[in-house]
Design a protein around this ligand. Structure first.
Ligand code: HSE
Length: 427
C-alpha cells in the first residue's frame, strides 16, 4: 500500500550536482521531514547506465534507463534535471512537464535559451518549473528576485557569477600569474573544464545574466542581446597595473534598467578595491543589486559545487512539493519586448594600455585623439618598455563606448603606436 506521506521524486543525471542533491536528501531527510513535514524520497534515477549509482553506493534498483518509464510513473511528483546542456535535457524536461510533474533544474544554458518554451508547457499542465540552482549555486538570488522586492524597481544588478573565471583572475592577482598558468591551475583543481570556453569566454555568465536580469527587470532579457567578452585577453601586466591604480580585475555581469532602457553586458572590469565585489575571490560568487527603495544589497556565497548547488535544488524540490507553481510576471517571449530599448552604447570608465615609440610628442598625440572624441582622461602614466618603446596607460572618465572605440581605432593608426594592448572597462 502506498504510504501517503512519502513524496517521491526522481533525478535525471547523477553527476556532481545531481549527486549533491541526492546526498542532501539522504543525509538530511529526517531533518527535512521534521522541519518541512515532507518525507522526500528519491524513487528513480535516470542516467545512461547504473554505474554512477554503483559508484556512489546507491541501491542500483533505483536505476531507470527509460525517460518514458519515468514519465509514466504516477508516484513521482517532481523531477530534478541535472544533466546539463540543451539536448536531451530539453526533450526530457518537456516529457516530464507534459506528464504533470514539476521540474527542478540547474540548467542555465537551457533556461537562457528555452525558458520561454518550457514555462508555457509547465503552466498548461499545472506544474512548476523551478531553477534556483541555475544561477549562483547555493545563493538564493533567484528566490529573492522573484519574491522579495515586489515594492522595488531593481535598477541594477552587478555580479561575479562565474566561479571559474573568478578563480582564475584571483589566482592571477594573488600569485602574479599569467592567464594560461592560472587556467592550468583551475583545470587541475577541477574548477575549469578541459574545454573552458563556456566559462572563460563569458557564455556561462551571459546565460545567468539573461535569467537574473529578466527576473530583476520584469522583462525578457534574451541571452543573445547581452554584450559578451571573456577573460582570455587579461594579462599579468593588466592585473599589476590595476593593483597600482587601486583596482582588482573581475569578470562582471552587469544589468541596468532605467525606464524602458535596458543594458546588459558581461566583460572584465576594473573594480575599485573598496567596492564589496573586489574582495570576492577564489571560486566564490556575489550579486550586488540596487532597488529604488531597498538600496544596495549583496548576495555572496559558493556559486558552484555539489552541495551548494544541491542545496538550491533541494530547496526547489521542497517548494515544488509545498507551494502552488508561480510563473513569470512578464511576457516571456524569448525576445526583447518592443517597448524596451537595449542600450549598446553604454557609458563606462576605461583603462587603456598602449605601446608606443618613446619619443617627443607621442603622449600629446594620444591625448589629442581622446579629446577629439570627447573622452576625458582621468589619469595617465608612462613606463619604459623594451628598448625605445614605452607603455602608456590611461584611465578615462566615464565615456560612451562608441567614443572610446573610435579613439582606439584612430590611436591604432598613429605611426608612433606599436600596439593597443588592453582595453578594460572600469566599474
Ligand atoms: N562553470 C560555472 C562556474 C559553474 O564556474 O561558475 C556554475 O554554473
Amino acid at each position: 500500500m502506498k504510504n501517503k506521506s512519502v513524496r517521491n521524486i526522481a533525478i535525471m543525471g547523477l553527476g556532481t550536482v545531481g549527486g549533491g542533491a541526492y546526498d542532501i536528501i539522504a543525509s538530511n531527510g529526517d531533518y527535512i521531514e521534521r522541519t518541512q513535514g515532507l518525507d522526500v524520497r528519491v524513487k528513480r534515477i535516470l542516467d545512461r547506465t547504473d554505474a554512477p549509482l554503483r559508484a556512489r553506493g546507491i541501491d542500483p534498483s533505483l536505476y531507470c534507463g527509460s525517460v518514458d518509464e519515468l514519465a509514466a510513473d504516477k508516484e513521482i511528483e517532481v523531477v530534478v534535471e541535472t544533466m546539463g546542456g540543451v539536448e536531451p535535457a530539453k526533450t526530457f524536461i518537456t516529457k516530464m512537464l507534459e506528464s504533470g510533474k514539476s521540474v527542478v533544474t540547474a540548467n542555465k544554458e537551457l533556461l537562457a535559451k528555452f525558458w520561454h518554451e518550457l514555462e508555457p508547457i509547465a503552466a498548461a499542465h499545472g506544474c512548476g518549473l523551478f531553477f534556483e540552482a541555475s544561477c549562483v549555486g547555493g545563493v538564493p538570488v533567484i528566490r529573492a528576485l522573484g519574491e522579495s522586492f515586489q515594492g522595488d524597481r531593481v535598477q541594477s544588478i552587478c555580479g561575479i557569477i562565474n566561479g571559474t573565471t573568478n578563480y582564475i583572475l584571483s589566482k592571477m592577482s594573488s600569485e602574479n600569474l599569467g592567464y594560461a598558468e592560472a587556467l592550468g591551475a583551475a583545470q587541475s583543481l577541477g574548477y575549469a573544464e578541459a574545454d573552458p570556453t563556456s566559462d572563460v569566454e563569458g557564455y556561462d555568465a551571459a546565460y545567468k545574466l539573461s535569467i537574473l536580469g529578466s527576473l530583476a527587470f520584469h522583462t525578457c532579457l534574451p541571452y543573445g542581446s547581452i554584450y559578451r567578452e571573456g577573460i582570455t585577453k587579461v594579462t599579468a601586466a593588466d592585473i599589476k597595473n590595476a593593483h597600482d591604480l587601486g583596482y582588482e580585475i573581475k569578470l562582471l555581469a552587469i544589468g541596468k534598467r532605467d525606464g524602458n532602457n535596458v543594458e546588459a553586458r558581461v566583460h572584465p572590469a576594473f573594480v575599485p578595491k573598496n567596492h564589496p565585489l573586489a574582495s570576492v575571490s577564489g571560486a566564490y560568487n556575489a550579486v550586488y543589486l540596487n532597488g529604488d527603495h531597498v538600496g544596495d544589497l549583496m548576495f555572496y556565497g559558493a556559486g558552484a559545487g555539489a552541495h551548494p548547488t544541491g542545496s538550491a535544488i533541494v530547496s526547489d524540490v521542497i517548494k515544488a512539493l509545498s507551494d502552488k507553481p508561480r510563473y513569470c510576471d512578464f511576457a516571456n517571449t524569448g525576445k526583447l519586448d518592443k517597448s524596451v530599448s537595449l542600450v549598446g552604447d553604454f557609458v563606462s570608465g576605461y583603462y587603456l594600455c598602449v605601446t608606443v615609440d618613446d619619443k617627443a610628442g607621442v603622449l600629446s598625440r594620444l591625448s589629442t585623439v581622446l579629446s577629439d572624441n570627447g573622452v576625458s582622461i582621468k589619469a595617465a602614466t608612462q613606463s619604459p618598455s623594451d628598448g625605445d618603446a614605452a607603455t602608456v596607460m590611461f584611465l578615462t572618465h566615464r565615456a560612451r563606448e562608441h567614443a572610446v572605440m573610435q579613439s582606439l581605432e584612430a590611436i591604432g593608426k598613429l605611426a608612433s603606436v606599436r600596439s593597443v594592448d588592453s582595453v578594460i572597462r572600469v566599474l
